[in-house]
Unconditional design. Structure first.
Length: 132
């Protein structure tokens, strides 16, 4: 299942070179993951209130091309299972005008309980396909 969130580059997201600053892509990716979870009925704030915290434990990003001010693009999110306690989001940033892939990412996470111990609650567990 691939989920998509639309964006448009804002001028202040660009650096002196006139391109989207590399750190801004983390924000795009995180927002898309949160929108994915919300669309699946997962309330991020309620999880935190219940002392269940979703955490990123690894991020890999391959920058292919640079987004420019005003570019319209989307972030695709594909959930994947890594192991019994780890899940991943395979993500792509794609410029809409030419369907050019601007960035490929893999973000790996888990959830931890109030003692900081990894576990996957049922509502998170069911979102991710089993590891091959």
């Amino acid at each position: 299942m691939t989920f998509k969130v639309d964006f448009k580059v804002r001028d202040y997201e660009c650096d002196l070179q006139g391109i989207v600053n590399n750190s801004v892509y983390f924000n795009y990716l995180e927002h898309a993951r949160h929108e994915f979870l919300s669309a699946q009925g997962v309330d991020f704030a309620k999880l935190a209130k219940d002392k269940i915290n979703l955490v990123v434990i690894r991020s890999e990003m391959d920058y292919k091309h640079s987004l420019l001010p005003g570019d319209e693009f989307y972030v695709a999110v594909e959930p994947q299972r890594v192991s019994r306690l780890k899940f991943a989001f395979k993500q792509m940033v794609v410029r809409k005008c030419d369907d050019k892939v601007m960035l490929n990412a893999l973000v790996i996470g888990t959830s931890v309980n109030e003692k900081g111990r990894p576990f996957l609650p049922a509502q998170i567990d069911q979102l991710f396909k089993p590891a091959p």
